[in-house]
Design a protein around this ligand. Sequence first.
Ligand SMILES: [Fe+2]
Ligand SMILES: [Fe+2]
Length: 281
Amino acid sequence: MNNQLSQTASSIIDMVSDKQLQQALIESFSESQESVRKIEDCFALLPTYHWSNQLLAIFFNSWKATHLKMLAIYGLSCRLQRLALTKATPEREKLFFAGAYNAETSYEDLGLDFQGQTHAELYDNLVSFFLGNFPWQLEECCLPKAREFKKWIYQNMVVDDISTGLLSNMFSEIYNHAEYTMALSAFSELVNNHYQCSSEEKDKALCYVQAHVADETEVAHFLVVVKALEEYTQATNTTIDYQQAKLLFKEYLSRVSLVMEELTVSLKQETNATRNLMYVS
Ligand SMILES: [Fe+2]
Ligand SMILES: [Fe+2]
């Protein structure tokens, strides 16, 4: 899986027409190789073993906390609309556009065009394939670093300044596309190696991950937040602070990598414990 995350991301970065933003994105990945490697290591390990329910509960609860930011997206669009209402045209129109473009990143999550089937439901399907009724939603199954990540994203998008919010949403889309691409092959291999099921059952289980990769969903989300940011900077007569953007992108990767690193430690502990048990018996 070496460099898969950065390579997938770079194919999307090429689509960005703002050269300085493009550069900030490229450098954020190239200067975060340690973080990227930690994330890739976790997904490389995932298909290698039939993990215990307890461990998968921690994995799925914590991984979920690094995604599913619908509330924060809604909060950010509300802020843009609220600001629009205080302005006169043409700023007002641009801010409404920024809010609308930002909101577009939640259409699939809400199940628009999918008979209302939300991504939260798809995530539940994914987890129940592996865990049945095992209580994975308990607060104690969430690693503290994952909880911190979720809070950080909410703070960035709902409390911090709006440009930080848009940059956070933008980067999460490009990151998600790269991560879900990698996660799809890891989960697929995990099911093939360690679970007995029909191909329909497998498709249903992995639909959450597949939905984000198919039709380039997250790529479209990324590009639409780039548009939202353009509208916002024009409306407020400001420019993007590219240095600040790069630091934010790197912090995003670093924070996710801390979660994935902790998960990797737990996965390794479980395989080691089993090995020791086999050795003793
Ligand atoms: Fe989603
Ligand atoms: Fe998205």
